[in-house]
Design a protein around this ligand. Structure first.
Ligand code: GLY
Length: 376
């Protein structure tokens, strides 16, 4: 999708500049004369549908919040993180932050990472307990440490030291009730044979999707949100409660640079929702950004990653009756021109993603690689 905004805004730049990102407000001695010219990039923010459907009881969605901040002059990553804080704090969004579906022991463990294209900074947290907004802790790792990833107790200790409130339990009544239902289904008489337990847990979770107790999207519920600002700054953030009822400590793609998110400030950004293991194995977000570097459009780069996942999915337990992946995965990509796309493995399930431009926020169709649904 081409970001179809009018180019009515103007900003100061130099006649020799190719992009406005390189402009300094103090002209150097001998520099070309300053002239007025149209900016080269119109801001755009994209995300999966959580970024437009969940508003935490307010009026403003994640993509709208981020877009409004970006066009008011905020740092692009600050704006994106402020945006995703909305679904993180929304108790009705059961795949992200507060009220996210807990692990197999009933504990909510959260994953997030963020990347700042212009600064070439990144930070992440995995299996973080007790903080409703893991994206803010990921950003603090990025801003205040020499590291890119903190996990578990260490991530929580760091969050406490940075002044984040640590809560004893991030479950809501609803997330706890659903966990108890899952326990009842998977473990009617204590644990099953350990070799069968993990598959039994997955089957029980899929049964709860089939029975309409949870949305398929909440099984791997995640928000990825990427944006580009008027000076060409590109950033991204991904945040999740991870796979519902996962083995404690299981970490998906969302906090892993290159898997659930990748940003290169000169090329673009890509991130994902869906089965994290597929993105960990294929480093899908990195693959998409590298494909865009080779000149592919965001949609074609996303399709290439989906095809890579399809060809690398060979185990019977991960295949449906058609011999295709029995899970869904979606990618949201934008390039340095502000062109963007959302693609999904399957046509069924979530069919749209969120795009916010100067014309407002809208749901736009995802391009599927395969017809039908993962369970066909
Ligand atoms: N994509 C989220 C996860 O698998 O944890």
């Amino acid at each position: 999708m081409k970001n179809g905004l009018s180019r009515r805004d103007f900003m100061r730049t130099t006649a020799s500049a190719v992009t406005v990102a390189a402009v300094s407000s103090e002209p150097a001695v001998g520099a070309a004369p300053t002239v007025l010219t149209s900016r080269t990039v119109d801001p755009v923010v994209i995300s999966d549908v959580s970024g437009i459907r969940f508003r935490n009881g307010g009026q403003v969605s994640a993509v709208e919040k981020a877009f409004e901040m970006i066009t008011s002059g905020a740092d692009v990553l600050d704006a994106l993180v402020a945006g995703v804080n909305i679904p993180e704090l929304d108790p009705e969004e059961m795949g992200i932050g507060y009220g996210g579906l807990p692990n197999a022991e009933g504990v909510v463990q959260l994953d997030s990472c963020c990347m700042h294209g212009a600064r070439k900074w990144a930070g992440g947290v995995a299996a973080l307990e007790g903080v409703r907004t893991p994206s803010l802790v990921a950003k603090a790792v990025m801003e205040y440490t020499d590291h890119h990833l903190l996990v578990g107790q260490g991530a929580q200790d760091f969050a406490r030291s940075m002044g984040f409130e640590i809560e004893a339990d991030l479950n809501t009544e609803q997330s706890r009730a659903l966990w108890l239902e899952w326990k009842r289904r998977v473990d009617p008489q204590h644990y099953l044979d350990p070799t069968k337990r993990s598959q039994a847990g997955y089957e029980a979770a899929l049964g709860m999707v089939r029975d309409g107790l949870i949305e398929e999207s909440h099984l791997w519920g995640t928000i990825n949100c990427n944006g580009i600002g008027p000076t060409g700054d590109i950033c991204g953030v991904t945040t999740t409660s991870g796979l519902a009822w996962k083995i404690p400590g299981r970490t998906g793609d969302s906090p892993i640079l290159g898997a659930g998110l990748y940003v290169d400030g000169a090329v673009g950004a890509a991130g994902s929702t869906g089965r994290g293991e597929a993105n960990l194995f294929n480093l899908s977000s990195y693959l998409i950004v590298e494909s865009m570097r080779r000149g592919l459009a965001p949609k074609d780069a996303g399709m290439e990653a989906l095809r890579r996942i399809r060809s690398n999915t060979v185990e019977n337990r991960l295949l449906n009756s058609r011999g295709l992946p029995n899970f869904n995965v979606r990618f949201f990509a934008l390039n340095a021109s502000g062109d963007c796309a959302g693609v999904s493995m399957y046509a069924a399930g979530e069919t749209t993603y969120a795009v916010c431009t100067e014309n407002g926020a809208a749901e736009v169709a995802l391009e599927p690689l395969l017809s039908g649904s993962p369970s066909d």
